[in-house]
Ligand binder design. Structure first.
Ligand code: DX5
Ligand code: ZN
Length: 225
């Protein structure tokens, strides 16, 4: 599986979002990662469906909305209407992750399940056959530019192993948090198939070059069963 690159616009200039998205588009990225925070599930607040709706008009790239909110059920329909292609919810944010994931799929979207660094893989194993994406948080969610937590690597490896043995090879494993040219190869070797990166891309002096460098850093790096 070719490793996908998903810039997180959390570190972009929110006053110039369309331009910021165009920059990463020109570098040939695979999708746009949008962090949705509600100041309850995480101690930060970002953007919601109205902004996603505006972003939708600016790009053809798939939009993944990463819901870091206490009541994901409040946002699923709205995010779908706003034009999200993938909705990722946190397993810690609801008592009914499975039914929400099914709801996302019923709406014709791809579904993702995310887990915090402290959450074990066991909590989502029963969902692997109904999700398109597992988003492994490699920092505690809430803010960009934090340091990658290497203790999450065994979880990535164990997930990839499960996905492989269950023959669910279309399920992506995304890593989110502290991804840069140093940590990307380690995450890919452990089994990640998608790299979400915010500050490594948007805080770089040259965004296109930063994406090229990220790609270069994983050249020849593979997960092996
Ligand atoms: C953190 C967000 C991330 C964030 C990553 O809660 O989910 O998507 O933007 O930022 P970096 O790549 O700077 O760690
Ligand atoms: Zn995110």
């Amino acid at each position: 599986m070719k490793v996908k690159i998903a810039p997180s616009i959390l570190s972009a200039d929110f006053a110039r979002l369309a331009d910021e998205i165009r920059k990463v588009e020109s570098a040939g990225v695979d999708l746009i990662h949008i962090d949705v925070m509600d100041a309850h599930f995480v101690p930060n607040m970002t953007i919601g469906p109205p902004v996603v709706k505006c972003i939708r008009k600016e790009t053809e790239l798939p939009l993944e909305t990463h819901l870091m909110v206490d009541k994901p059920e409040w946002f699923i329909e709205e995010m779908a209407k706003a034009g999200a292609d993938i909705i990722t919810i946190h397993v810690e944010s609801t008592q009914h992750p499975l039914s929400l994931i099914r709801r996302i799929r019923e709406l014709g979207l791809k579904s993702g399940i995310s887990l915090n660094p402290a959450t074990q893989v066991d909590s989502i194993i029963n969902m692997l056959d109904v999700v398109d994406l597992v988003l492994v948080m490699t920092v505690n969610p809430g803010f960009g530019a934090q340091e990658f937590m290497p203790e999450t690597l065994p979880k990535i490896a164990s997930l990839r192993k499960s996905i492989h043995s269950m023959e669910l090879n279309n399920v992506e494993i995304a890593v989110d948090g502290g991804i840069n040219v140093k940590t990307a190869p380690i995450a890919v070797k452990a089994g990640a198939t998608m790299l979400v990166a915010g500050s490594a891309i948007y805080e770089a002096p040259d965004v296109v070059k930063a994406i090229w460098e990220l790609r270069k850093s994983i050249e020849g790096v593979h997960w092996e069963p």
